[in-house]
Ligand binder design. Structure first.
Ligand code: ADE
Length: 244
């Protein structure tokens, strides 16, 4: 996979992309990430990327020319998804991460200031993504969040092939509680079942814990997933016990 990122602040990306899973995915050539400074795609002496809004008002708006020039230079004749990071976009979630992970290439545009010229939205961008209902100072942190969630989906990006599938949200449920050594810490033990060596029993306990945790913390998620009749009965019983 190749990801091109257009930004006014290329230095923001060093650090997050130089560590851990993203670094390993880059080293293993599962992904290449190219950061472009938007100013490199200006054609005036002052390398101007923004201007005041027509009609007046505060702040600055990103000009269309450098964005079109950058995207056209990167994609040539190819059809590549162009994604604008903006609080006005569709909400990013695990499903969206899985969808983006199927692309061979994508271009991410980090918006800034008061926004981007609307013609960019209408004629250049194919998708708009928000990482949550709050306003960041720019799309850079949002782009890093998207890249991280997408890259960890790529086969081989994680140490063990199974890990991505067991993340919270991968199944549509929150993840079950995890424990590691010591077996007793400050007097607090580990659930017996995890020490039993009985893998079927452990799998059943984990599934129940995922269901319970999701019921208690994010009941909205339960509406979107397919549960067995047995799981539905289990949750109904727990929900009834919880409301008593
Ligand atoms: N840019 C500013 N805020 C944002 C958000 N919540 N998501 C994506 N891009 C943004």
């Amino acid at each position: 996979m190749r990801i091109d990122i257009l930004t006014l602040f290329p230095n923001m990306f060093s650090g997050p992309f130089d560590e851990s899973i993203i670094k390993r995915a880059i080293d293993r050539q599962l992904v290449s990430i190219v950061i472009h400074n938007l100013r490199d795609y200006t054609s005036d002496r002052h390398r101007i990327v923004d201007d005041s809004p027509y009609g007046g008002g505060p702040g600055m708006v990103l000009k269309p020319e450098p964005l079109f020039a950058a995207v056209e230079a990167i994609r040539g004749e190819a059809q590549i998804p162009v994604i604008l990071l903006t609080p006005q976009g569709r909400l990013f979630d695990q499903r969206a991460a899985e969808e983006l992970a199927t692309y061979d290439q994508m271009i991410l545009i980090c918006g800034h200031y008061e926004g981007v010229d609307e013609r960019v939205r209408e004629h250049l961008v194919s998708d708009e993504i928000s990482i949550g209902d709050y306003v960041l100072s720019g799309g850079e942190l949002a782009a890093m969040v998207v890249v991280d969630a997408v890259v960890r989906q790529l086969p081989g990006a994680l140490g063990s092939e199974a890990s991505a599938g067991e993340d919270s949200h991968a199944s549509g449920l929150l993840e079950y509680p995890q424990y590691t050594r010591p077996q007793v810490f400050r007097g607090w033990g580990v659930p017996e079942v995890l020490l039993s060596g009985n893998h079927a029993k452990i799998a059943r306990w984990r599934r129940e814990q995922s269901l319970l945790r999701t019921l208690r913390r994010r009941p909205d998620l339960l509406e979107r997933i397919n549960l067995t009749d047995k799981e539905k009965r289990f949750l109904e019983k727990e929900a009834a016990a919880g409301s008593r």
